[in-house]
Design a protein around this ligand. Structure first.
Ligand code: PHE
Length: 341
């Protein structure tokens, strides 16, 4: 019995040393010291041993059991460390891999253009004046010299609300009247940025909502020369110092005389391309001298005061600047578009 125990002990020890993984080691434990393991079973057979040899056998089998337990613990610790090291080595950080790019938020191209416009006008002493998006027909049209049944209303297709006479502004020009009411009789130098709304078919060239930046200067002795000089200075800063500009006569009910300003095409430098429709010029803004009726509606005496006004579309300017061929990209929220700016 004792000889058998020694034999099992020797075998168990050599198997233990041969166990190369924790899985094999667990199996070894089951077969040796577990409930059905051979060494464990030997400890249960002490009673069958010759009474004379029983104490010696009992002592020895306990020694064997304890020795195997601690050999097992030691082997387990070694194997665990080895396995952990192997795992770490397999998934170690490769410092030569290129870094992952972290994504930053950025300003919308319309906002970037707006801020550029604010900066230029701010440098020229113009303050920002904000007025509401929801307007009355009175401010959006009547006070701007556009009477109820005047055909000039066709220039602005309007979103009406369910409240009669309350509409979404079709341009930022009603802000001119609000500013005049606020400032009168002081001189005015403001820009009026904001969203405008038009009841139009959405196409590559027209959206139902878009920004405008209106400008208004009112004072004594303001002339068309001031308008031309100020807007030319703006264009130089916005589009480059040697970009040519030109003024073309136009019509707006709230300015007289009225004009539109063109800049030399920023894509072809005036030689003619698809964007400028081979004219070499891009239309940038509408402008004119504030109509006497509008001055009067704002509280200013047109015999004493004069002024100029202008209105431009920042999305349109951004489109021309970056060669964007579809205005729908602006509110489409497609990151492939936005991330380019
Ligand atoms: N409000 C005009 C438009 O929407 C632009 C404009 C503003 C023209 C001020 C002249 C003066 O087309």
């Amino acid at each position: 019995m004792l000889a058998q125990a020694e034999q099992s002990y020797k075998e168990a020890l050599s198997q233990l040393e041969g166990a190369e993984s924790t899985a094999v080691l667990e199996a070894w434990y089951r077969d040796t010291l577990g409930r059905k393991g051979n060494i464990y079973l030997l400890t249960r057979q002490v009673g069958q041993v010759d009474p004379a040899e029983r104490p010696a056998f009992g002592k020895r089998i306990n020694e064997i059991k304890t020795a195997l337990e601690s050999a097992y613990e030691e082997r387990l610790a070694t194997l665990r460390t080895a396995e952990l090291e192997a795992e770490l080595a397999g998934s170690a950080i490769d410092v030569t891999l290129p870094g992952r790019r972290s994504w930053h938020g950025r300003l919308h191209p319309a906002t970037q253009t707006l801020r550029q416009i604010y900066r230029i006008w701010g440098d020229m002493g113009f303050q920002i004046y904000r007025s509401r998006d929801v307007e009355t027909d009175h401010y959006n049209f009547e006070l701007l010299n556009i009477p109820q049944h005047h055909p000039a209303r066709d220039m602005w297709d309007t979103f009406h609300t369910v409240t009669p006479g309350v509409i979404l502004r079709t341009h930022t020009s009603p802000g001119q009247i609000h500013a005049m009411h606020d400032y009168c009789p002081e001189p005015i130098r403001v820009i009026l940025p904001g969203m405008c709304y038009r009841y139009e078919q959405i196409t590559a060239r027209s959206e139902i909502q878009f920004h405008q930046v209106e400008g208004l200067a009112v004072g004594r002795n303001i002339t068309f020369t001031d308008l031309k000089g100020t807007l030319t200075a703006f264009a130089r800063r916005m589009f480059g110092a040697d970009r040519a500009v030109r003024f073309r006569a136009n019509y707006f009910p709230f300015t007289e005389p009225s004009a539109e300003m063109d800049v030399e095409c920023i894509l072809c430098n005036g030689s003619g391309c698809q964007v400028c429709k081979y004219s070499g010029w891009l239309e940038i803004l509408g402008c004119g001298m504030v109509h006497p009726n509008v001055l009067r509606n704002g509280g200013y005496d047109p015999a004493v005061y004069s002024g100029f006004a202008f209105g431009m579309g920042p999305e349109r300017i951004a489109m021309l600047k970056y060669g964007i061929d579809d205005i729908r990209y602006f509110w489409g929220n497609d990151l492939r578009f936005l991330a380019q700016f």
